[in-house]
Ligand binder design. Sequence first.
Ligand SMILES: CC(C)(COP(=O)(O)OP(=O)(O)OC[C@H]1O[C@@H](n2cnc3c(N)ncnc32)[C@H](O)[C@@H]1OP(=O)(O)O)[C@@H](O)C(=O)NCCC(=O)NCCS
Length: 181
Amino acid sequence: MNHMITIRESIESDLEQIFFIEYSAFKKEGKEIAKLVKNLLSDSTAKPALSLIAFEKNLAVGHILFTKAYIMPKKNISAMILAPLAVIPKAQKKGIGSKLIKTGLKKLSKSGIELVFVLGHPTYYSRYGFKPAEQFSLKAPYPIAQKNKDAWMVKKLKEINEISGKVICAKSLKKPKYWKE
Ligand SMILES: CC(C)(COP(=O)(O)OP(=O)(O)OC[C@H]1O[C@@H](n2cnc3c(N)ncnc32)[C@H](O)[C@@H]1OP(=O)(O)O)[C@@H](O)C(=O)NCCC(=O)NCCS
């Protein structure tokens, strides 16, 4: 099913297509998420970032963004945050989200990233090896409601011992409204 899907790093001229993906995938929150993506892509504190766009034939159908994060006080650990991930409704459930995550994690692993964080659906992201970050005492940039605590997850790309601390995200993502999950 995946054979007609191509994934590459996004370029400036993909922006409108990326916004369209966010609008259609996130529906009423689409405008806000598109604005977040726009801000993150031009945010120096989000760099290095990894922005991947998926095409089905010539149609842009999916997008994933990873941006820089730090762990305080362990600033030497290289980390990223996955946000957002979106696939347009008519292309969902065909493995495109999965392919974007896997391609992203592979590229990040090759570039030496050690930890990847996400605030998302635990059943979805656990398929890719994400685990509740609470078990490693890795706190989110803003407190996560107790009922959603398993949604704050981390994937280790390298075996690191004794990680704990608070995750600091890019400036554009550092707003309580993005941490309500
Ligand atoms: C989440 C999303 C990116 C998945 O994209 P996709 O290309 O359909 O994903 P895949 O085809 O790889 O995987 C589909 C599977 O994910 C599951 N899934 C989708 N959304 C889910 C959710 N919110 N919670 C749990 N599972 C979910 C589907 O039920 C499906 O399960 P199945 O394989 O057992 O049938 C897409 O549904 C989307 O853009 N949703 C709206 C935006 C959003 O919520 N983004 C995620 C933010 S964390």
